[in-house]
Ligand binder design. Sequence first.
Ligand code: PLZ
Length: 455
Amino acid sequence: MTAEPATLSYTDVELPEQVRRLHTAIPGPASLARHAHRQSVLSTGLGTTLPVFVERAGGGILVDVDGNQLIDFASGIAVTTVGSSAPAVVRRVREQVAKVTHTCFLVTEYDGYVEVGEKLNALTPGTHAKKSALFSTGAEAVENAVKIARVATHRPAIVTFGHAYHGRTLLTMTMTAKNAPYKDGFGPFAPEVYRAPLAYPFRWPTGPEHCAIEALNALEDLVVKQIGAHNTAAIVIEPIQGEGGFIVPPAAYLQGVATLAREHGIVLIADEVQTGIARTGAMFASEHDGIVPDIIVTAKGLAGGLPLAGVTGRAELMDAVPAGGLGGTFAGNPVACAAAMGVFETIDELDLVSRARQIEALARPALEEAADGNPWVGEIRGRGAMLAVEFVVPGSKNPAPEAAAAVMAACHRQGVVTLQCGTYGNVIRLLPPLVMPDDLLHDGLAVLTSAWKGL
Ligand code: PLZ
């Protein structure tokens, strides 16, 4: 067996030309044919935002099977933060996959798992002693964070929030707020999951200025009066909600949630599956509000597209679980761990945390300028490279999902891949890879903003 050739390095990854270019209608004929075939092969339960088959991707571009070059404002739902097939990820994955693909960490150990754990312990907020465990998906990691909190506290109850999204497994689906399509018909749900209203400034009934305090009062009432703090294992919160609509709660609110948790010995779990790993202009969104969660859950952007998730928390919590209590066959797979080390290398080398802030500095003014005076745009919000537009019926705050859908469709027709989100489906979110060049970002924003000007 020969070793990997030494020439296999950065230069080996060919980036698609960083320009939007359409040869056909979107979707093109080759994509349409494949999509029609897929219908006969795959479950109807699998939805698709844009039925385009992608052959190659890199930087800010997706290349489809018709040869069209699309602007990627989705990053595979906040996954390819460092870009698809980022050179350092490709290099490390190639090296690893040629050496060992899998041993199962529960059977025999390998360095990559420990290295990723060390990185997560070092990079997550707080200077306290931390430990980590790795998994494969965000939902799996959220479940394990809950298991750890329950073992550590000997308490059953879990508090989640309105508009929350935590996954599609039984427990995380239960923790998720929105019924269709995530929960409808899939019950009965897991017990001991409670929901507090989320501080959603734009939609707070008495106005944004009352949002933090009133939402905190409601949370305290739920925890202390309805559940009993001594029965509450964990409060699980997304510092910026993802699927729920890119909702940015007031800093005072998140700080108040953290204080309430601390006062009652409740484990504060930050679900940073969507916000984590440099996306918001900080390594973790919790940092923006100065909160130090007891446990942080990561996934998505952690391994540049390979399935990997992490649970990182206070050492005493993470060590409350006896040996054998955590695991999974594929959890912390060596190839995924190698990819994660490539992600950390790329974030560091390209200073992608700053780049996320730069993207906000470029995109937000363009979005705000185009929103100014447009009655369909209720709010522009988000942080870093996690930005969103909420559409409303003119003259009201009533959600306008059909307007969002029309804007999305216009973007898709012109080769800009955007995603919808929000409980009411009226939010368009932007999650560009952080390596997207400025020109491409401006081009994509121009398509998006002209689409809503045409409403
Ligand atoms: N927590 C905050 O955003 C995944 C969902 C895609 P998994 N969000 C994308 C879909 O519709 O299935 C997510 C998240 C937050 C947890 C998860 C779950 O992560 O890796 O999809 O399990």
